[in-house]
Design a protein around this ligand. Structure first.
Ligand code: UTP
Length: 299
């Protein structure tokens, strides 16, 4: 089955990126030339997604504006013969329908996904975090592969996972594979942000999930955590506890996840994407080498 619908939660506060996120969504921060959420949309479209529901919140209007038609800007670019730029901002060309709904209180990712229940209906759907890019320039086929696995394995849930250094497990949701954690494998347990010594593996959930609609019943059963948030990981754990098939797909190194939720990872992602820019990358590389040479000389 081809997965046609995606829910993209973008309602979080982004407190780890303050003050940058005081009055703009973290999902709109640029990585090289484009806002993060544009990479996410382009990745989903190239993987066959035709309907995207953004779960937004207060202060997130710029996301809607970004994907909206802007007649004045379009006219100006057309008159100025700037066809290439016009292409870049014309999202009609993507042949995708955008929908928006609000999460009224930021009660966690699980609660945000629950806001997509009517939109998803009876069909399986994708959840893609709006602050995570898969693959350099979002050139990832992982979602299409996950959809195949969903069918082949008769799964209730398919999760993208990636290896992280052992010492960093406390920043991620970590899965426990049934057997070996290679390629495609069944998950029997999930632990949210474990200490390295308690982590059942070094395989972290990587911001893309395919769910059967049964996930909504599970989310409703989840109790809020100590911070009052409904965690999506807890709902997936309930799927595992009920013996339903939760399957992980390990991302290849070319499909690595760029997590923009914290400054170190945001800085690194920006630099990597800027270095890969066909026009400005080579000059940027020289500037960076100069800077690095300077800092080595003064060290
Ligand atoms: P994060 O876990 O990074 O949460 O969300 P956050 O609240 O944005 O970040 P910090 O911890 O305050 O820095 C992962 C994705 O889920 C969305 C976020 O917008 C982000 O894209 N999210 C999170 C929601 O839509 N609603 C929520 O209640 C929480």
């Amino acid at each position: 089955m081809v997965i046609k619908s995606a829910v993209v939660p973008v309602a979080g506060y982004g407190t780890r990126l303050l003050p940058a996120t005081k009055s703009q969504p973290k999902e709109m921060l640029p990585v090289a030339r484009k806002p993060i959420v544009q990479y996410v949309v382009e990745e989903l479209v190239s993987n066959g997604i035709e309907r995207i529901l953004f779960i937004t919140g207060r202060g997130k209007n710029s996301i809607e504006n970004h994907f909206d038609h802007d007649p004045e800007l379009f006219r100006m670019l057309a008159e100025g013969k700037k066809q290439d730029l016009l292409q870049e901002v014309d999202f009609e060309r993507l042949k995708t329908n955008f929908f928006y709904t609000r999460q009224r209180l930021q009660k966690g990712l699980g609660d945000a996904v629950l806001c997509g229940e009517n939109f998803a209906g009876e069909a399986p759907f994708l959840v893609a975090l709006g602050d995570s890019i898969l693959g350099l320039n979002a050139l990832s086929r992982a979602v299409a592969h996950m959809a195949e696995v969903y069918d082949d394995r008769h799964a209730s849930c398919v999760i993208a996972v990636e290896e992280v250094p052992r010492g960093q497990t406390r920043h991620y949701g970590i899965v426990q594979p049934e057997k070996s954690g290679d390629g495609v494998f069944r998950v029997v347990n999930l632990v949210e942000k474990p200490r390295p010594e308690d982590a059942p593996s070094n395989l972290a959930i990587a911001g893309r999930y395919i769910f059967s609609p049964v996930i909504f019943d599970m989310i409703r059963r989840v109790k809020p955590d100590a911070r009052g948030e409904i965690q999506l990981t807890d709902a997936i754990q309930l799927l595992c506890d009920e013996g339903r098939r939760v399957v992980a797909v390990k991302l290849s190194s070319e499909e690595r996840r760029y997590d923009i939720g914290n400054f170190p990872s945001y800085f690194e992602s920006f630099v990597e994407f800027a270095l890969a820019d066909p026009e400005y990358g080579p000059g940027f590389r020289r500037a960076l080498e100069r800077l690095l040479g300077k800092s080595a000389a003064t060290a």
